[in-house]
Design a binder for this molecule. Sequence first.
Ligand code: AMP
Length: 174
Amino acid sequence: MQDLKSKVRTIMDFPKPGIQFRDITTLLADPEGLKGTIDALADRYQNTEIDAVAGIEARGFTIGAALAYRLNTGFLMIRKPGKLPGETIGIDYELEYGSDRVEIHVDSVAKNSRILMIDDLLATGGTMEAACRLIEKAGGNVVECAFVIDLPDLGGNQKLSRYPVFSLINFEGE
Ligand code: AMP
């Protein structure tokens, strides 16, 4: 995983002063980085019963769709408000400043289906926690929340304490 970690670029003070942005565009642009990331996740889940992979807009789409292809499952899009054309259900959640919302097509989650949740990065966990509640509201069950990167200092694991959590890379104390 050290190889994968070295392909993640850190950009200081983006999108605002004091934030170290962990940029996965460099990991995805690298053929070995992309393959290594998807293969590592596929290895973990290939013997797990999963009905669909759900990715969170937008970076969760890149990883989630490739992983769903490898696992021979469908892929569900969890989107920001107002993007999905069909009938949606949503969950509002609090951010540090203000609030946000995630939505999914109401008919896309089969009753009691087993859903693997994917996003690029776990920070405070607010986005993923809302996405998990959304899947449950739509009738599905969360198998695990998987991330490429965890920033453990921000406490996302505690926020997601109701679910199993997995990440490939972490930037603890950095
Ligand atoms: P959170 O809801 O706090 O866990 O934030 C998760 C989302 O914000 C992820 O989808 C990331 O894409 C993005 N994010 C938060 N902090 C960072 C960071 N330091 N570097 C890159 N992306 C971040």
